[in-house]
Design a protein around this ligand. Structure first.
Ligand code: MN
Ligand code: MN
Length: 316
C-alpha cells in the first residue's frame, strides 16, 4: 500500500509506510519489529538443520517458504515474535515494563499453545504458576537465548531513558524465565544496540561501544575467531552468529541470508539479526518480497506495537 496521506492513513493504518511526518526513530523501530518477524519466519524453515543439510535440501535459503520441523505455513512466525508481542502488550497495558505483568502475559501466551516454546521458558513459567513469583531462581544453566530473542519491546519502551533504568526494566522481563548473567549481558547489549541505531549511530561505533564491550566483560562472547555455524540455543552461540553476520554484511538482505544459512537455531538468530538490521538499515532496505510474505496479522501488529511502545511517556 502506498502512503496516501493522513486522512486515509487514519482510517487504514494497516501496513502504512513511514510517511514524511514520521520521525526517523519511529520508522527504524517499525523496521526493527518487521525485521524480527521476517528473520523468524525465514529462519524457521531451516531451524535445527546444519549448513550442509541446508545446502543439500534447499541450496541457498533466501525465501520465506514455511515448512521446517514445525511445518509452518509460509509467512508464519514462531515464539521469538509472538513472545515479543505478548511482552509488548503487557508493557503498553501497564505503561512500563513490569515483572508480574510480563509473567502473566507469558503464561497466557503459553496457555494459547504456541507453535514452539523453549525448555527454560516452559519450566520457569510452570514454576511461576506454582509460586506466583515472577522471577526464576538465578541459574548459570539458564543461559539460553529465550530472553534475548524478546527484548525488542523493552528497547522501544525505554528508548531515551538512562542506561540503568533500561537495564533494570530488561531484568524484570528477562528474569521471569532466564535469570543468568550471560543472558542479561546479551539482552542488555542488544537493547542498547537497537537504541543506538534508532538514534542514528554509526555501526563502527556501536560495535566498539557495545559488542566489543560485551566481549571485554564476558570474553566467552568473542566472535572474531572461527565462523560460528550451527549455533545452538545457548545465548553465546546466538550472539556470535548474529554479530558475525551483522558486522560482516552491508545490507538487510545479506545479513539475514548469511545468518539463517548457518542453520542451528536459525529462527532465533534470524529474528535477532533481523531486529538489529531493521533498526540500522531501515524500512526501505527490507526486501518487498519478504514484507509481502509475512503473515498479514503479524505484518499489522508489529508496526502498530512498535509505534505504541515508542509513544509511551518517557520516564527519565
Ligand atoms: Mn522460535
Ligand atoms: Mn529458535
Amino acid at each position: 500500500m502506498f502512503w496516501t496521506g493522513d486522512l486515509i492513513a487514519r482510517n487504514a493504518p494497516v501496513r502504512r509506510r513511514a510517511g514524511p511526518s514520521e520521525a526517523p526513530h519511529i520508522a527504524r523501530g517499525v523496521a526493527a519489529y518487521l525485521g524480527l518477524a521476517i528473520g523468524d519466519a525465514l529462519g524457521a524453515t531451516v531451524e535445527f538443520l546444519t549448513p550442509n543439510e541446508i545446502r543439500h535440501q534447499i541450496g541457498l535459503h533466501s525465501e520465506i517458504t514455511g515448512g521446517g520441523w514445525l511445518r509452518l505455513k509460509a509467512g508464519k512466525v514462531t515464539d521469538d515474535t509472538t513472545m515479543s508481542l505478548a511482552l509488548g502488550e503487557s508493557i503498553i497495558a501497564r505503561g512500563c515494563v513490569d515483572a508480574l505483568a510480563a509473567a502473566e502475559a507469558f503464561d497466557a501466551w503459553m496457555r494459547a499453545k504456541p507453535v514452539d516454546i523453549g525448555n527454560t521458558v516452559r519450566r520457569n513459567l510452570i514454576a511461576f504458576r506454582t509460586t506466583g513469583k515472577p522471577e526464576a531462581p538465578a541459574s548459570e544453566h539458564d543461559a539460553g537465548n529465550g530472553a534475548a530473542m524478546r527484548v525488542l519491546p523493552v528497547a522501544l519502551a525505554c528508548y531515551g531513558q538512562p542506561e540503568n533504568s533500561v537495564i533494570s526494566a530488561n531484568r524484570a522481563q528477562a528474569h521471569v524465565t532466564h535469570n543468568s548473567a550471560l543472558s542479561d549481558a546479551a539482552c542488555e547489549t542488544l537493547i542498547l544496540m537497537v537504541q543506538d541505531f534508532l538514534a542514528g549511530k554509526d555501526p563502527v561505533l556501536v560495535e566498539r561501544e557495545r559488542a566489543q564491550k560485551l566481549v571485554s566483560e564476558f570474553p566467552v562472547f568473542a566472535y572474531d575467531k572461527r565462523r560460528r555455524e550451527n549455533p545452538s540455543g545457548y545465548v553465546v552461540d546466538t550472539m556470535q552468529a548474529v554479530f558475525q553476520s551483522f558486522f560482516a554484511t552491508e545490507t538487510f538482505e545479506d545479513c539475514l541470508i548469511d545468518v539463517v544459512n548457518r542453520g542451528g537455531d536459525a529462527d532465533t538468530t534470524g529474528a535477532i539479526a533481523g531486529m538489529l538490521a531493521g533498526a540500522y538499515y531501515g524500512l526501505d532496505s527490507i526486501p518487498k518480497r519478504w514484507l509481502k510474505a509475512i503473515d498479514e496479522n503479524i505484518a499489522t501488529q508489529c508496526p502498530a506495537q512498535a509505534r505504541a511502545l515508542l509513544a509511551l511517556p518517557r520516564h527519565p
